[in-house]
Design a protein around this ligand. Structure first.
Ligand SMILES: Cc1ncc(COP(=O)(O)O)c(C=O)c1O
Length: 403
């Protein structure tokens, strides 16, 4: 292990450090919130900045917006580009990852009737919908396949290789870096390389990965990526961005014929209309805090929290952990299922029991080929004692006797 990796592992369990981080968050004491996958609670300094910016924009109205917001938004774009390791010309702000992915998938203009596009069961719903819409929009075949469960790195790679081989007309592939359904982290760069070798372009959904994992845009090796800033970067809800590699801009159409920016400017690929100015103006404070806590430390801490509960419940009666322990295949999110309990009703009942009888908040997830499941997502403010409550609750729910 490198010294820096040893340091980050030690940091993951440093009580003083994480106690100080936890003190940055104000969260309800009414429930242990292990449903931090929807969006991230803003840390207090970010929330204060959001309120300050909201007040400023409301007070100054267009006196501010018409004169100064353009330069401020450009400052935000530069800050985001630097943080994710891209050139500013490769980044355009959006209202979130859904908008980014819709613009990339819908705007990708290289498809011809008769081509095929591919995606997997663990891809995010909005990404799947946008890929399905290509059938009518571009006249392509849309092919969906299932990722293995349980997954291993090799089995995931083999499944993508098989899917690509089975559909030789494939020209576009959707990849979700961290699945919102099970938390599975797929080896994006290897799959992108595999696809490129067959002249297939890849659009990557990094909504859950940047901030949960430590990486820079280029490491994904993909030409088109949709990101989110309101999950693991901790910005206010309503902001994300898309990345298009410099030399690929022409392959994505302007958004609804935008004429505000030249065709050579990536900002012409996003035409949102009036948005929440304060949300965007708060991004630099959120990114600065993310950098101050440290991407490496965050990744190590989130994995530690995940391991903390998973290792304790793995032997519980009837519990199936869907997210593999293999290094690199998980971050904070892990999903489980009780044997045979695959329906919506089954899983809603377990989520309700955890919430109402044990005050532990989780969420049911659908769309996994082998059946529905329950997702558990700790955050930076999660304590070991919170996870002990989950473990105790799962012992009751599964009828596992305390050892
Ligand atoms: C994997 C994945 N992709 C995309 C999104 C959409 O993100 P946003 O809320 O930014 O639209 C989500 C949100 O949960 C997600 O989990």
């Amino acid at each position: 292990m490198l010294q820096s990796e040893c340091d980050s592992v030690a940091r993951a369990t440093d009580k003083d450090y994480w106690g100080a981080v936890r003190a940055l968050y104000a969260v309800t004491p009414d429930v242990v919130n292990l449903e931090n996958g929807y969006w991230g609670i803003m840390a207090e300094p970010v929330r204060h900045e959001f309120i300050r910016q909201t007040n400023m924009v409301n007070y100054e109205n267009t006196y501010y917006v018409r004169q100064r917001s353009g330069a401020d938004f450009e400052g935000v774009r530069i800050k985001v580009a630097e943080a994710v390791g891209a050139a500013v010309e490769e980044i355009a702000l959006t209202r979130g990852a859904t908008e980014a992915l819709q613009l990339l998938i819908g705007g990708y203009n290289k498809l011809k009737p008769g081509d095929a596009v591919l995606y997997a069961d663990l891809d995010y719903d909005s990404g799947q919908y946008a890929m399905n819409a290509l059938r009518a929009r571009r006249g392509v075949d849309v092919v969906k396949f299932d990722l293995p469960e349980p997954a291993t790195r090799q089995a995931v790679l083999d499944t993508y290789a098989r899917a690509i081989d089975a559909t030789p007309k494939t020209r576009l592939l959707l990849l979700t870096h961290i699945s919102n359904r099970t938390g599975l982290v797929i080896p994006v760069a290897e799959i992108v390389r595999m696809a490129k070798a067959k002249s297939i372009d890849t659009i990557v959904d990094a909504a859950h990965s940047w901030g949960q994992l430590d990486f820079r845009a280029g490491e994904l090796e993909a030409d088109f990526v949709g990101f989110n800033l309101h999950k693991w970067i901790g910005a206010p809800v309503g902001v994300g961005f898309l990345y298009i590699r410099k030399d690929r801009l022409a392959d994505i159409d302007r958004d609804m014929g935008d004429e505000d920016f030249p065709e050579t400017d990536i900002r012409s690929r996003v035409h949102t209309g009036t948005l929440n100015f304060a949300t965007v103006l708060t991004v630099p404070v959120a990114v600065a805090l993310h950098q101050q806590i440290g991407a490496v430390a965050k990744q190590a801490r989130l994995r530690y929290l995940r391991d903390y509960w998973v290792h304790r419940v793995r032997a519980f009666k009837d519990i199936e952990i869907l997210t593999p322990d293999e290094v690199g295949l998980y971050g904070s999110i892990t999903s489980f299922r009780l044997a045979g309990k695959t329906s919506r009703t089954d899983n809603d009942a377990i989520v309700a029991e955890l919430r109402d009888s044990h005050k532990v908040l989780t969420v049911r997830r659908a769309g996994v080929a082998k059946g529905q499941c329950i997702r558990v997502t700790p955050a930076l403010y999660t304590k070991e004692a919170d996870l002990d409550r989950l473990v105790d609750a799962l012992a009751v729910v599964t009828g596992t006797k305390a050892s």
